[in-house]
Design a protein around this ligand. Structure first.
Ligand code: NDP
Length: 317
């Protein structure tokens, strides 16, 4: 460690500030573990770029994503969580206490760490996609599909997520175009059969997206047939992108077990990683559900497990 950096000791360090991190913070703070949270490069996480959230229990009228994160932050702070608007840049998990560096210049020794760094949705990279994000363009059908009920929508991608989300949309929407760049789906066979059999899903193989159309909100999409290089426009009001996520776990590479994409591996029925005292919650370890409420659930588990770990250590177990 650089001697010029201040060194600090904390019981529980929480890295990341989405629903998983804040829920872990609420539980850890109420257990008087004085958690310190590093909020990261996008404080509040993916919900900060979401509009209305209608599926989080307890908000009968729905809530704006940023408002919900503000509420969670206040709740965590009320019990004594210290939230820092900086990012952790380096961790050494080879021995306890764990050594952590952050870009606010601090060096921290942490008895336990809860990782809740989330994941980032992949985007196509089109200007129109970015401009209309939140105005008809979405990376989460389960979050936003309801706003397009009875309407025509498109979803990009041929993996399990896209297939699952296309099926979800097909129950709400009039018509779902599934834009797949190859001649086949990558999704599991059972999911392939389901999308093929859904009467209102049209799988458009060999198609990619040229431009999402619309000024203030989505009115259509221009697609290209990659076999004959012709383009056509589809009239839609919702454009969903489901081409994968990237878990934000770079700084843990080589230290924690993760799958080939980078999702942290945790023990069954637990948030424990392969390093004792390090727990993972939320989308950084969940490639299947990816919901605010499931992230919050695992955040709660992580705090309870961290508390148990610290108590056990004090008792010399
Ligand atoms: P995947 O990486 O499996 O699939 C991504 C899809 O998006 C592929 O069809 C890919 O096409 C396509 N794609 C990628 N980039 C682009 C692009 N720029 N333009 C157009 N299409 C693009 O991601 P998923 O999120 O679907 O799944 C991730 C993992 O999670 C998988 O292992 C999956 O099985 C798992 N999962 C499991 C679930 C479950 O068990 N219920 C639910 C959801 C996910 P191409 O094939 O041409 O590369």
């Amino acid at each position: 460690m650089n001697p010029e950096q201040q060194e600090e000791k904390v019981h529980v360090l929480i890295i990341g500030s989405g629903p998983a991190g804040y829920t872990a913070a609420i539980y850890a703070a109420r257990a008087e573990l004085k958690p310190v949270m590093y909020a990261g490069f996008q404080p509040g996480g993916q919900l900060m770029i979401t509009n209305e959230v209608e599926n989080f229990p307890g908000y009968p009228e729905g809530v704006l994503g940023p408002k919900m994160m503000e509420d969670l932050r206040k709740q965590a702070e009320r019990f004594g969580t210290q939230v820092r608007y900086s990012s952790v840049t380096e961790v050494d998990l080879s021995k306890r206490p764990f050594a952590v560096r952050a870009d606010d210049g601090k060096s921290i020794m942490a008895d336990a760490i809860i990782i809740s760094t989330g994941a980032t949705a992949k985007w196509l990279g089109l200007e129109s996609e970015q401009r209309l994000n939140g105005s008809g363009v979405s990376a989460c059908a389960v979050c936003d599909g309801y706003f397009y009920r009875g309407q025509d929508v498109a979803i990009v991608g041929g993996g399990d997520s896209s297939a699952e989300e296309a099926l979800y949309l097909s129950k709400l929407c009039n018509k779902v175009y599934m834009l797949v760049r190859k001649d086949r789906l990558r999704a599991s066979v059972v999911m392939q059969r389901r999308v093929e059999q859904a009467p209102n899903i049209e799988i458009m193989y060999h198609h990619d997206t040229v431009e999402v159309l619309g000024e203030q909100e989505v009115t259509g999409v221009r697609v290209r047939n990659l076999e004959n290089n012709t383009t056509r426009e589809l009239a839609i009001t919702g454009f969903f992108v489901a081409i994968g996520h990237k878990p934000n776990t770079e700084i843990f590479k080589g230290q924690l077990d993760m799958d080939s994409v980078g999702y942290l591996r945790t023990a069954p029925d637990s948030t424990a990683t392969n390093v004792e005292g390090v727990f993972a919650a939320g989308d950084c370890q969940d490639k299947v559900f990816r919901q605010a409420v499931t992230a919050a659930g695992t955040g709660c588990m992580a705090a309870l497990e961290a508390e148990r770990f610290l108590v056990g250590r004090e008792m010399g177990e």
